[in-house]
Design a protein around this ligand. Structure first.
Ligand SMILES: [Zn+2]
Length: 289
């Protein structure tokens, strides 16, 4: 009887303290806890950006979204920050010939990202970290980031771009089984990541149904055209997903989570970026005074 009461107390106490924890996901917070979450995060909000596009014949359309969502969720268990809910609006024109692709016009994705950052800031955050999971986004994101200097902002945006970790890279190459150069989209490493995070969504028996090899159909040198990716990978599949293993996925994700936690800590402690930004905007405003 005594043991039963003790057990009951333990259960009640554990669920009570669990309920008292402030969730990290913006959409899981109750409004009354929001200011507490802003404070706990040091006014830092993670904006994971994914996309909806075909990922080979075997990995889900939301692979990049699921990836960054899981990545952020794991990271904030170690270092708290608020995580913005699912965001899957980016540059994906090159996959419009594939079913399930969601490619909004460029002006819309630009305005949407700017308005989203403004709204995040209006809710009390002055630091936003973009965690991008989509290979078609970096050019857009770099241009967007640089354009933030065009007018005064009361918040800073950080784009997470980890530097090459040579120790990790050496081990990565050792464990990697397919050709490194063409492991670009739904190939071995990305498939392994999803296999680790969400094995229930993977259709590994279909991974060899289509070719993920470079078709090399456009032999131009020193020239860029928007059709280059389609010319090389008409199946919107680059690499060999079939070579992926859960073990390799764990190796990749352990490293990516640890690296992002490090950056997150750095952002939370950073005061310099906002100070310099304000100094810059002040100089712009006072240029002719
Ligand atoms: Zn992807």
């Amino acid at each position: 009887m005594k043991t039963c009461i003790l057990l009951l107390f333990t259960i009640l106490f554990t669920s009570y303290t669990f309920a008292q924890e402030v969730p990290a996901r913006w959409d899981e917070l109750v409004a009354g806890d929001f200011p507490k979450a802003v404070e706990k995060s040091h006014k830092t909000c993670i904006l994971p950006i994914g996309i909806l596009e075909k990922h080979g014949p075997h990995s889900p359309i939301g692979t990049d979204l699921i990836h960054v969502r899981e990545w952020a969720a794991h990271a904030v268990k170690e270092e708290y920050a608020v995580v913005f809910p699912d965001y899957f609006y980016g540059q994906i024109n090159e996959a419009r010939h594939q079913p399930g692709t969601f490619a909004l016009p460029s002006k819309v994705i630009w305005d949407l990202l700017e308005a989203t950052c403004d709204e995040i800031a209006r809710n009390g955050f002055d630091k936003i970290i973009i965690l991008n999971g989509h290979g078609g986004n970096p050019e857009f994101l770099h241009f967007f980031m640089q354009s933030l200097l065009n007018k005064r902002h009361n918040y800073a945006v950080y784009l997470y771009e980890p530097e090459r970790d040579t120790v990790y890279a050496k081990e990565y190459v050792k464990r990697h089984k397919s050709a490194l150069a063409t492991d670009e989209h739904a190939g071995e490493s990305e498939t392994a990541t999803l296999l680790y995070y969400r094995p229930d969504l993977m259709r590994m028996d279909r991974a060899t149904d289509q070719s993920g090899a470079n078709q090399a159909r456009l032999p131009l040198s020193d020239l860029y055209t928007p059709i280059w990716w389609y010319a090389a990978y008409p199946n919107h599949y680059a690499g060999e997903g079939a070579k992926a293993t859960t073990g390799f996925g764990k190796f990749i994700t352990d490293h990516e989570i640890a690296s992002f936690v490090k950056a997150l800590k750095e952002v939370k402690a950073d005061t310099k970026t906002l100070t310099l930004q304000n100094e810059f905007y002040d100089r712009v405003d006072n240029l002719n005074k």
